[in-house]
Design a protein around this ligand. Sequence first.
Ligand SMILES: [Mn+2]
Length: 334
Amino acid sequence: MLTGASDLRAYLTGFESSFGFVYTDAQESIFFTDPRYAEGAKEALKHEFIGVMIAKNEDTVLDYIKSKKIKKLAVPLQRLTQPEYEKLHRKFKLTDSTSAFTAAMSVKDEEELEKISQACEIAERAYGMLLGELKEGMTENETAGYLEYLMRKCGARDRSFETIVAFGKNSSVPHHASDETKLKSGIPVLIDFGCKVGGYCSDMTRTFWFGGKPDDEFADVYNSVLKAHELAKEQIRAGMKGKEADAIARTYLQSKELDKFFTHSLGHGIGINIHEYPALSPSGEAVLTDGMVFSIEPGVYFEGKFGIRIEDSVRLENGKVVSFMKTDKKLLVL
Ligand SMILES: [Mn+2]
């Protein structure tokens, strides 16, 4: 088995690097890396089963495998570029290891859950600090940058993805690119963000009202989205398919005639990558099991007016949903 994909490499070794390969056969596991990482990798992996070898480039690795008279190689085909595929294909008979990775990575062990839990705790703490600092005139981009700074200040290694801050009608675009729009009184604010701890992500979204009193329509829709979020949390069980989980929120929003404004899926797996297996979507066939970590994020978007999304990162434990997030989700008016 051979992989050079950075997330899969990090999963196998627990060591983050910009270059490297992990090779495993019946006799040995080797982490090939270049001299920049050799010392760090040897130190980090000294108690592990996996050995560390220095490789100048991919050819050094392939020559090593060839020298062992290996003919068949499992590689994550879906992660290879065409040139990478062709190079490997000329030397070995290839089988695909992608689904083995996605299945294994979807179920988290205690150590992984602890990292995600810390990433969630830091994101929530930083968010709480941000709320106390929001002022009229701040731009979306400035707010996003400040929240990312606060997450790092609280101990995060990085953000999980580009922070989304959307003021007013910009919130109706689910993945709005934060821009120079300024915060003013009497508008909704949507913030979707997360951070990384030990290589693992958190993901959360909050929508609130800034200044004055929220209008009735906003408050009504907010309560419906929150209800959809809570119903999904209460009713999702291990053994369900992703699409059954999605249907819990979607059916409720349908009863409020809001389902046609719920334009994305209910959730996605979270781990080393911000979007992983399983998908909680109308077509999600994956069966949810204990140890899986995913988002629950119903959202409703009225084009040109406003959007509301409420997202927690959660895990399945003893068959039920347990949230990593602790902040209250009742409609907040700042
Ligand atoms: Mn998400």
